[in-house]
Ligand binder design. Structure first.
Ligand code: NDP
Ligand code: VSD
Length: 323
């Protein structure tokens, strides 16, 4: 009898108590972000994930603007979305590295409800052989570009008349949750976005602005095709641990994550494990996810160590073959 009581206590009562406790303390509070009839600005919206996201948001009734550098690619994207959905998106040409250009682009776009900072560049190479120019290129476009966008858009988002929930979504990568061979600069730029996002969420919560960080695995896009031409073999092997997705699958996960106000948005099963394993002190709105994190983190540390064991094995093998 005592055994049974103990059993019931540990298996039912304790988890329920933990759930109840977590449901009281998780912050920020859960939120839903509508996108219908709202203005969604997507950078890097002329290609790959950004283009898929623009098309999806448009088909769900959002007013969409896409921003990128190349005007021809922007026009092509606009036509492709028009053809697929019958909806016209606005296009804006600007380089996110140029703060003045970003400020006038944001002005031209008009008040933004959902800002998706998705532009990104990735040139994989071992740091020792990578030119500093390329390191700086990735930091400038991926990290500084996102600072420019948010700095430019925030005043208007903050002063909006209609006080409904709005969103700032930032495209990171699974390489922004774990360092990957060949990605010293790229991973640094994407890890940087996480620090920024965690701090920013605290600063903008009072204005009903909600931050989402999206973590895709390898995704079939024109950018990845380009990357593959010069990807170190080890980068492909290690990144392969998480498989590959199609751009429209990532776009769907991303948009659902944004609409549900999730801070961390994983895109596949490995990504879900990775987000639980690297939850750290990130905000969590869902008490169910918080529960999974609390229960899962120990065992996932073991899984993470197994991945590292496997990756370091590949690295050793690769060096042995080279000799
Ligand atoms: N594909 C993948 O495997 C993964 C991608 N990601 C991330 O997802 C995002 C999108 O990737 P993906 O769709 O593959 O990229 P693509 O290379 O297919 O597209 C990149 C987009 O960003 C724009 N862009 C690039 N540089 C600038 C700039 N300086 N100013 C303004 N716009 C710019 C491009 O247009 P233009 O060149 O005309 O400016 C283009 O629209 C990136 O942040 C990437 O890091 C994350 C994980 C995996
Ligand atoms: C604890 C459990 C762990 C679960 C599995 C971990 C697997 C990690 C794989 C990381 C892959 C990184 C791909 C980056 C893609 C990218 O950003 C480039 N294509 C550039 O765009």
């Amino acid at each position: 009898m005592a055994d049974l009581n103990l059993f019931l206590l540990s298996l039912i009562v304790l988890p329920l108590a933990l759930l109840a406790f977590l449901s009281l303390i998780v912050r920020p509070h859960p939120v839903k972000i509508p996108i219908k009839d709202r203005h969604v600005l997507i950078t890097g919206g002329s290609s790959g994930i950004g283009l898929a996201l623009a098309q999806l948001a448009a088909s769900e009734g959002a007013r969409v603007s896409i921003l990128a550098r190349n005007r021809d690619k922007l026009e092509d994207a606009k036509q492709a979305i028009l053809l697929a959905t019958g909806i016209e998106v606005a296009v804006i040409s600007a380089d996110v590295r140029d703060f003045a250009a970003v400020k006038s682009a944001v002005e031209e776009a008009g008040p933004i409800d959902v800002l998706v900072c998705n532009q990104g560049v990735f040139v994989p190479q071992e740091l020792e052989s990578q030119e500093m120019e390329e390191v700086k290129f990735m930091m400038d476009v991926n990290l500084m570009g996102t600072f420019h966008l948010i700095k430019a858009a925030l005043p208007e988002m903050r002063n909006r008349r209609e006080r409904g929930p709005t969103s700032i979504a930032i495209m990171s990568s699974q390489a922004g949750q774990v360092g990957i061979y060949g990605y010293t600069a790229y991973s640094a730029s994407k890890f940087g976005l996480r620090g920024m996002a965690e701090a920013l969420q605290q600063e903008v919560i009072a204005d009903n602005i909600h931050v989402s960080l999206i973590f895709p695995p390898d995704t079939e896009t024109p950018g990845l095709m380009e990357e593959n031409k010069r990807r170190p073999q080890l980068t492909s092997i290690i990144a392969g641990s998480s498989g590959a997705m199609k751009a429209n699958e990532v776009a769907k996960k991303a948009l659902d994550g944004i609409k549900s106000g999730s801070f961390m948005v994983p895109c596949n099963f490995e990504g879900l494990l990775l987000s639980i394993a690297t939850a750290g002190l990130s905000p969590q709105r869902s008490f169910l996810m918080a529960f999974v994190e609390v229960i899962g983190v120990g065992i996932l540390r073991i899984a993470g160590l197994c991945f590292q064991w496997n990756w370091y094995g590949s690295i050793e093998k690769w060096h042995a073959q080279k000799k």
